[in-house]
Design a protein around this ligand. Structure first.
Ligand SMILES: Cc1cc2nc3c(=O)[nH]c(=O)nc-3n(C[C@H](O)[C@H](O)[C@H](O)COP(=O)(O)OP(=O)(O)OC[C@H]3O[C@@H](n4cnc5c(N)ncnc54)[C@H](O)[C@@H]3O)c2cc1C
Length: 391
């Protein structure tokens, strides 16, 4: 019986398994996908993600695999684009590459990888004591463990089975995109086109390959009467105000989509179990913070379990404290997302923000901090500075 069983081998699950395996714990990861697997993601790794990778001893390897980004170009049509330089370089790196490297590191450190789908939690005396897993042959078996971790992403099955999922509130947004060739040289910048209820992001991966993500509200998606491809192209051209279009651009690989982009939990723990990464709550992807949150929460979950195994009498208190840290972290980041949503939904506010960014340098710092690119602002202050962009 392993000490810990983890549902999901993405950044949250892999970073948690890596820390636990390095600490000498027996850990099993249950992952339903065959890696390398594609993940719907802007594939923008900000300086904070790179620091989190450094903490895992994987920063140098990641930098060697990705494409250095030195700024962000914000386009609020019809205004001229605004370019902000990152104080520290960020990285464009395909998730297929990053996630495989993280999972491989966990396995090399001693974690066991089981290919299969977690279908339920196993309960004993009101406490989680493992996962029920459907393996590749279709057989259902229980993997019992002292602790279980739900690192199974947005819509987490573990969170659902534990009754921890909160009803989503607010506008439902969907993301569509993929990898494309033909956008040309983006000059080392990630490019964000913002306004009118949607945004469109371009991230230069390598050579002429670009990650494209279009995020739209459900009502707009429903208006795409022709094909989704045409809808995406028209939306992108509208947001870019003629500066970018899909003309002459070719998709490489599948078009990917995900939504609704909202997932909240009542708390990120239950007796015997923790939730990490997106499974513990999802934040608007505009600011590209998900991978950092996944890595940091995976490491925090591992530290929490190491402490709890050292002193069983404090187990519930330690798990609850972890839940409190996750809730506070998400609350701060969601406050920033509230202002970002205002910018994408209300064109007049997007234009006002773009004009203020040109005039007031400290607002640039706030936006860079929200993008995980600036070191100058403490996280709790970021939402209030961002508010000055629009209010
Ligand atoms: C449109 C979009 C753009 C984004 N852009 C960025 C960006 O540019 N930068 C950034 O930092 N973040 C971005 N994010 C967020 C980021 O992708 C996530 O926050 C991050 O992937 C979370 O990692 P995770 O390990 O929690 O979950 P995931 O990466 O989703 O990994 C979960 C894993 O669990 C597996 N799994 C799921 N269910 C089961 C099950 N029942 N049994 C077994 N295995 C299971 C899945 O196969 C998957 O491998 C974006 C997200 C979206 C939606």
């Amino acid at each position: 019986m392993p000490d810990i069983v983890i549902a999901g081998g993405g950044p949250a699950g892999a970073s948690c398994a890596l820390a636990l395996a390095r600490a000498g714990r027996s850990v099993t990861i249950v992952e339903r996908a065959q890696f390398p697997r594609q993940k719907v993601c802007g594939e923008y790794l900000n300086a904070s993600v790179l620091r989190a990778l450094d903490d895992l001893g994987m920063g140098a390897a990641a930098r060697g695999l990705g494409y250095a980004l030195d700024g962000v170009r914000i386009v609020v049509a019809p205004l001229d684009p605004l370019e902000l330089r990152f104080p520290e370089p960020a990285l464009a790196l395909e998730r297929a590459t990053l996630d495989s490297a993280l999972l491989d590191a966990a396995v090399t450190a001693g974690a066991r990888l089981v290919r299969g789908r977690a279908e339920d939690v196993v309960m004993e005396d009101g406490r989680v004591s493992g996962l029920a897993v459907r393996d590749e042959r279709g057989d259902l078996t229980a993997i019992r463990a002292r602790f279980a971790i739900g690192a199974d992403g947005i819509g987490s099955l573990v969170a659902r089975r534990l009754g921890l999922v909160q009803t989503a509130r607010g506008k439902q947004r969907f993301a569509l995109g993929g990898h494309y060739r033909g956008f040309g040289d983006l000059g080392g910048c990630v490019e964000m086109h913002v306004g009118q209820g949607a945004y469109f992001a371009l991230n230069p991966l390598s050579g002429d390959r670009t990650n494209v993500m279009v995020v739209v509200a459900r009502d707009r998606l429903a208006q795409w009467s022709a094909t989704v491809n045409d809808g995406m192209r028209t939306e992108a051209a509208r947001l870019a105000g003629g500066r970018r279009s899909f003309d002459g651009v070719e998709r490489e690989g599948p078009r990917v989509s995900i939504g609704p982009l909202d997932f909240r939990v009542k708390r990120a723990w239950a007796p015997g179990a923790l939730l990490a990464g997106d499974a513990a709550g999802f934040v608007n992807p505009f600011t590209g913070q998900g991978v950092e949150l996944a890595l940091r929460s995976g490491a925090d979950a591992a530290a929490t379990i190491l402490a709890a195994t050292g002193d069983a009498s404090k187990e519930d208190a330690l798990l609850a404290a972890y839940g409190g840290r996750r809730a506070r972290e998400l609350a701060v980041r969601r406050r920033s997302a509230t202002f970002v949503n205002l910018l994408t939904d209300v064109p007049v506010l997007a234009r006002r923000a773009a004009e203020r960014l040109r005039r007031v340098p400290e607002l640039n710092d706030a936006l860079l901090a929200a993008l995980g690119a600036g070191k100058t602002l403490e996280a709790p202050f970021v939402p209030w500075r961002l508010a000055r962009l629009v209010l």
